[in-house]
Design a protein around this ligand. Sequence first.
Ligand SMILES: Cc1cc2nc3c(=O)[nH]c(=O)nc-3n(C[C@H](O)[C@H](O)[C@H](O)COP(=O)(O)O)c2cc1C
Length: 193
Amino acid sequence: MADADDKFVVMGLAGSLRRGSMNRGLLLAAQEVAPDGVRVEIADIASLPHYNTDLDGDAAPDVVKAFCAQMRRSHALLIATPEYNHSIPGVLKNALDWAGSSRCKPSPPLRANPVAVLGAAPGKSGTIRAQMALKTVLLACKCHIMMTHDTYYQNAAPAFSDDGRVIDPQVKKEMREILTGLRRWGDVVRSMK
Ligand SMILES: Cc1cc2nc3c(=O)[nH]c(=O)nc-3n(C[C@H](O)[C@H](O)[C@H](O)COP(=O)(O)O)c2cc1C
């Protein structure tokens, strides 16, 4: 599947809003090294309001509708998350709660999406607990999680510049491989529908 300019569009979500975020850096690297035919669009989740059922569905703020429309236009998701207190940051959970809501008509944009998950941490956790928590949320939203590329960056700081850019060629190579795998996984998921 591809969009009007024949690209497989991957929507990137980073669970960290800070300047110099390594996880956002992973998405920027994916954007930079995307294989032919794949485009990575990084979503703005910082401007989403706190999830509120009263505002969900038809009453959703324009910024939420735009976020959901971007997800519907995309063919797959790439989520890079840090680990906060052994789980995912609230800002990421908030975005997923909007996109996974059954009040989103005709169906939640998150549902049945092919998704690749990865994460970088300055310590030895490598975000493994956060990724488990994230996968639980994605399963609740009936996503199809790509299981072929476990990607946990431990003690990751040396792979990044101070402004959060990936400087390690091996990490860039792995971002490209993840996108190649995600495109293939997207085709598998589409063939199951
Ligand atoms: C509130 C908070 C909780 C954190 N909890 C954990 C944790 O449980 N495990 C861990 O490895 N790092 C933890 N960290 C450190 C993050 O891994 C670190 O801030 C990381 O750089 C975030 O990723 P980023 O570079 O994309 O911002 C925590 C940081 C914050 C701010």
